[in-house]
Design a protein. Sequence first.
Length: 278
Amino acid sequence: MKKFIIVVLFSIVNINAQIIDAIAIDVDGEPITTLEIEAVQAKLNMSKKASIEALIKDRLEKGAIERANITISPEEIDAKIEQIAQVRRLTQEQMREALAKRGLSWESYRKQLEIEMKKEKFFAQNIASNIQRPTDDDLRLYYETHKDKFSSDAPTSQISLIAYSSNSSRKLQEAMQNPMRVIDGVKQQSILASSSDMNPKLFSIINSTPEGTFTKPINTGRGFVAYFVKSKSNQGIGGFEVVKNRVAMAWLAEERAKAVKNFVDKLKNSADIRIIRL
């Protein structure tokens, strides 16, 4: 009798252990487990329903990317890491140390980057083409209906630059050390730009660079560029023109989110999604 009770108890414990992490949902043959759902709930502070929707979306996107045969080379990942390091003004060693403090290995980080880059490439090839370029009227309407998102108090800046670009970081560094010399393999271009028309990340870099000096070299993924800041001046223009670039980026982000949602909804409608246990 005691042996029978022990066997029954063992069976119950074993069954409970299996249920702790079991397949909850099957999406076109890709499983979502109960532990995954709980992990997303805890990590992202989401409801169970929202966590399930996020994981189903992840599986649908993963399947679409695999079917599209999207690939990212190690060289592309290296260039992306270099670009991130340049923007954050960190060396790769400093990036490794920061990741280690978060408990993330370098290999895991590269894998995460690869997944995100595949999504970006898939989006560019399959979804972005459905987003029409906005007219000034579109942007003005968006600005008028979302004024609370933007601050129109700050004046715009007029910036005079010389862009030095090269496929070789060594040659670019040489040109930066000798800006008056013509270095073979280094192109120079004079630019007069407005802060409202400039990428916010680039504007932040240039705005923090003193006049008469170079920005740090930036890896564009297709080469290297550094900007010599000749002068910066405030123009005092207010309203829509000041924040036009920010408006365009906000409009694009919203349209992108809509396009992705529409795409995922189509995938969801044609997918075989089976609820096994919740």
